[in-house]
Each structure stands twice: as C-alpha cells, then as structure tokens.
Design a protein. Structure first.
Length: 103
C-alpha cells in the first residue's frame, strides 16, 4: 500500500510519519484491497490553541473513505481518524455481504 503524506504549516518528522503509517497499515486487517492512502496534516492556529488536524483518504476499488479529525496532538487525531475509517470499512463490507446474500 502506498501512503502519501502532506503537511501544511509545518514539517512532519519521520517519527510522526512512522506512527501514522503503522496505524493505517492495521486497516489492512479489515480490507486487504486498500490501494493507497493520503494523509494530510494541518496545524491550525485558532486563537490561543493550536489544533492538529489529520485528514486520511483511503481508496479501495470502486470506493473512497475519508476521515477528518482534530485534537491537541497529531497522534490523537490520527487514532480518531483510523477508528472512523475502520468503522466505515466494516460497514462497507457488511453491505457487500448482505447484497450477496439477497441475490
């Protein structure tokens, strides 16, 4: 699986990229047809607090899943985004199984 990284308003270090890569690769357990992933990390300055936003876009054949989460750390945002994608992938798989059963 190919993972692209884009960081806006900062430079992401290898430690953060490795952390996100390991989390995204765990999604292969739920669907091994994942073609690629794009991770966009943004540092948003909203008043006193700097929010860390992580947007993850996962592509599988005929489908795209997107999750955008924000938190105080990139790691927490990534964890939330991956959990959301996990639910989306499971739901998609359940729909496919139920369609096959009804046919």
């Amino acid at each position: 699986m190919n993972i692209q990284f884009q960081s806006i308003h900062f430079t992401a270090d290898d430690k953060l990229k490795n952390y996100i890569t390991s989390k995204i690769e765990k999604l292969l357990k739920f669907n091994d047809n994942i073609l690629d992933a794009k991770v966009i990390m943004k540092l948003e300055n909203s008043g006193q607090i700097k929010d860390k936003i992580v947007e993850v876009i996962i592509r599988i054949p005929k489908e795209t899943f997107i999750s955008v989460e924000d938190s105080k750390t990139f790691e927490a945002s990534c964890d939330q985004a991956v959990d959301s994608l996990k639910r989306q992938i499971k739901r998609h798989k359940e729909k496919l199984v139920s369609r096959k059963r009804s046919n």
